[in-house]
Design a protein. Structure first.
Length: 95
């Protein structure tokens, strides 16, 4: 299941793009946090993941949360959650 594709309709994802700019609201952030909580093996709670998304609502943060936020890999790949036709890497962003 693709979390971002499920909740957001974006053709191109910039990893540093704010989720609110992509049409997210607090309910969508809560739904994304719930999906992450169900999908990773971690001691992180729904509340802590939601707080992280509220503090930094970006696709990059979702990616980090899927890694455990501290580089610890979980038994799930980021591409299962972040789906788009084009993902713009931060180093390739043009001002």
């Amino acid at each position: 299941m693709n979390i971002c594709a499920k909740f957001l309709d974006e053709e191109e994802l910039n990893l540093n793009k704010n989720l609110y700019e992509c049409g997210a609201d607090s309910l969508i952030l809560a739904q994304i946090a719930a999906e992450i909580t169900k999908s990773i093996e971690s001691s992180s709670t729904f509340e802590s993941i939601l707080r992280e998304l509220i503090d930094e609502p970006t696709f990059y943060r979702i990616s980090e949360l899927l890694k455990g936020g501290n580089g610890t890999e979980h038994n799930i790949s980021n591409d299962e959650f972040i789906y788009s036709k084009n993902i713009v890497q931060p180093s390739r962003i043009k001002d």
